[in-house]
Design a protein around this ligand. Structure first.
Ligand SMILES: Cc1cc2nc3c(=O)[nH]c(=O)nc-3n(C[C@H](O)[C@H](O)[C@H](O)COP(=O)(O)O)c2cc1C
Length: 204
């Protein structure tokens, strides 16, 4: 089984990446295959709202999205990590989630010809185990964390938490110091244990 962690930070080896790697390392110890995917160097346009994926079952924008969606599809578990930017997740992660969420719904469902709705048949993310992770210097965690949580819970995924919300506190003055956040490391490690447990139970 595979767990893929998507980092919405533009910073290589920053705080978000450290926390995602903390989770992935813990999952590796339990025998999971893992991969970290950095969005910072990817070209991900925002959703154009063209609705062509409803019929074509693919996104009409020509950028790095198809390979990222493919990685999401290959994953049994998905960790969505973002630094908090003005109380929000970063634009690239939002763009990925908008497009993946919409396409993920329409690859599994057919809109009625009169546009009146559809008979729900699940989504491409149904049954995948998802963990949101945010990291902030001080404030705004709740909104950013909620963005990830709301995405995960509208797409028929199974969300894992921890002994606290899956958040880290780091970055005063731009520092890469998530390794000093011992409480955060404990929370993320326990989240990884929960994800491993849920995935193992689901695949029995
Ligand atoms: C443009 C920008 C906006 C930010 N907004 C917030 C914020 O709203 N609240 C907060 O506590 N920290 C804020 N921060 C700090 C980052 O969330 C923090 O430094 C985080 O640890 C960076 O993670 P990274 O190293 O993975 O990029 C902001 C940083 C930047 C660059």
């Amino acid at each position: 089984m595979k767990v893929v962690g998507f980092s919405g930070s533009p910073r290589v080896k920053g705080n978000t990446e450290f926390l995602i790697e903390t989770a992935l390392t813990q999952l590796q110890k339990q025998g999971f295959e893992t991969e970290l995917v950095r969005l910072g160097d990817k070209n991900i346009e925002q959703c154009s709202g063209c609705y062509s994926c409803v019929k074509l079952k693919k996104c009409s924008i020509d950028d790095d999205f198809p390979q990222l969606f493919q990685k999401m599809m290959e994953a049994d578990g998905i960790i969505l990590g973002s630094p908090v930017y003005h109380s929000s997740i970063t634009p690239k992660l939002k763009a990925l989630l908008d497009r993946a969420g919409f396409l993920g719904r329409w690859v599994e469902n057919e809109m009625k010809s009169d546009g009146s709705g559809y008979e729900w048949k699940g989504t491409a993310f149904s049954g995948k185990v998802v963990a949101p992770v945010t990291v902030a210097r001080r404030a705004g965690q709740n909104f950013a964390f909620a963005q990830l949580l709301l995405w995960a819970t509208v797409l028929d995924t199974i969300v894992v938490g921890s002994n606290y919300w899956n958040v880290g506190v780091a970055g005063t003055g731009g520092a890469v110091d998530a390794d000093q956040d011992t409480e955060g490391i404990g929370i993320i490690t326990h989240m990884a244990d929960n994800m491993g447990y849920v995935l193992t139970q689901l695949k029995k």
